[in-house]
Design a protein around this ligand. Structure first.
Ligand SMILES: *Cc1c(COP(=O)(O)O)cnc(C)c1O
Length: 355
């Protein structure tokens, strides 16, 4: 792929205080953008100054929500190398989301090449402090100016990047979760397995009501029986019951997380028993009552591992592992972040040096 590169003539000042980075507020100097037109395919790949884009008010993304995205990070190693973690998996998932949304697929090698070029140009935007990284947001939007309901004939594939702060500044922090009994995020046959903006729109009201009760996230149940556990907020979820690590099986309404997949592969490498199966919320509460439930945690790119300290369902509130971080949660967190930041050897072949 031949990318046209135009570097900015007015580089921005980089954040000096990396403890104040937070998440998703600051953007690097450049972005990647490529266009698609029916009959022409993907064309005109460019890296240029990060800037606003201009769209018709009739652009289809505003009306019918044809939008998909990805989220991944690049990490700076102690040797000052910059590394990607399983980025090809993100672009594979982008294509799976694309197929479900009738968005044209991208070429994965081209997307990886473009991402590598963009990171090289903005490599000084990868922050240096412990636990920080450069967050990468690839996305595709339907931009045809047309109000009829049909798949768009024109799309933009864009990659922007944002330096982000350490998720945990004081070590792993267990969160409180409320079982969501009123709303569902996705149903089988819908778009739950796709990383699509619309799924997030569907999740916000439940999230807001949980926040109002001082719970950080909601535990989503299946949309049909309202019985089986699906995800926690925008993370996949794991429970340790009688020493067995259980996570809901990918049923079509669950997002196939790359951190989820990596956690499963690591646990199996460590000869731990991991089972992907249906898991009802009643089974989890019963396991708590019998003392069999020892840990619960969420997995996702942002937090990596998010231990669940408190779980609420209706009037019932339980404290898992006394609200403390579990052994497996801590071990997975240390291994995954160790590999990502190049602090331990990557036996799994998951990381690639960009520059
Ligand atoms: C992105 C996402 C996840 C986590 O996926 P990772 O690839 O591990 O970051 C889980 N659930 C939802 C709904 C998501 O959007």
């Amino acid at each position: 792929m031949n990318i046209s590169i135009t570097k900015t003539t007015s580089p921005k000042k980089k954040p000096t205080d990396e403890t104040q980075l937070g998440f998703g507020k600051v953007f690097s100097d450049h972005m990647f953008i490529m266009e698609y037109d029916t009959g022409k395919g993907w064309h005109s790949p460019q890296i240029k100054e990060y800037s606003d884009i201009s769209l018709s008010p009739a652009a289809m993304v505003f009306h019918y929500g044809q939008e998909i995205f990805e989220g991944l990070k690049v990490y700076r190693t102690p040797e000052d190398k910059i590394m990607l973690f399983r980025a090809e998996e993100n672009f594979k998932r982008l294509n799976s989301s694309a197929e479900r949304s009738v968005i044209p697929a991208i070429n994965i090698d081209d997307a990886l090449f473009a991402l590598n070029e963009l990171i090289k140009i903005d490599k000084d935007w990868v922050p240096k402090s412990e636990g920080t990284s450069l967050y990468i947001r690839p996305f595709i939007i339907a931009v045809d100016s047309f109000l009829g309901v049909k798949p768009s004939d024109k799309y933009y594939f864009i990659i922007i990047t944002s330096p982000s702060g350490a998720y945990y500044s004081t070590g792993l922090n267990p969160v409180g979760i409320a079982v969501e009994e009123r709303y569902v995020r996705a149903v089988k046959g819908g778009m739950g397995f796709a990383k699509a903006g619309g799924n997030y729109a569907a999740s916000m009201l439940g999230q807001q009501e949980a926040h109002a009760q001082n719970y950080e996230q909601v535990l989503w149940l299946d949309g049909i029986e309202r019985k089986y556990i699906e995800e926690v907020g925008a993370m996949n979820v794991f429970f340790v019951i009688n020493g067995e690590i259980v996570t809901p099986e990918l049923s079509g309404s669950i997002l196939p997380g790359i951190t989820r997949m990596s956690a499963i592969e690591l646990c199996r490498k460590w000869n731990m028993k991991v089972t992907e199966r249906k898991l009802s919320v009643d089974e989890v509460f019963d396991a708590f009552d019998s003392g069999a439930l020892t840990e619960a945690f969420g997995t996702g790119t942002a937090a990596v591992i998010s231990p669940i300290g408190v779980l609420k369902k209706g009037e019932r509130v339980i404290k898992i592992n006394n609200g403390q971080i579990g052994e497996i949660s801590q071990k997975l967190y240390d291994a995954l972040t160790g590999i990502q930041f190049g602090k331990i050897r990557d036996d799994m072949g998951w990381t690639k040096v960009v520059v």
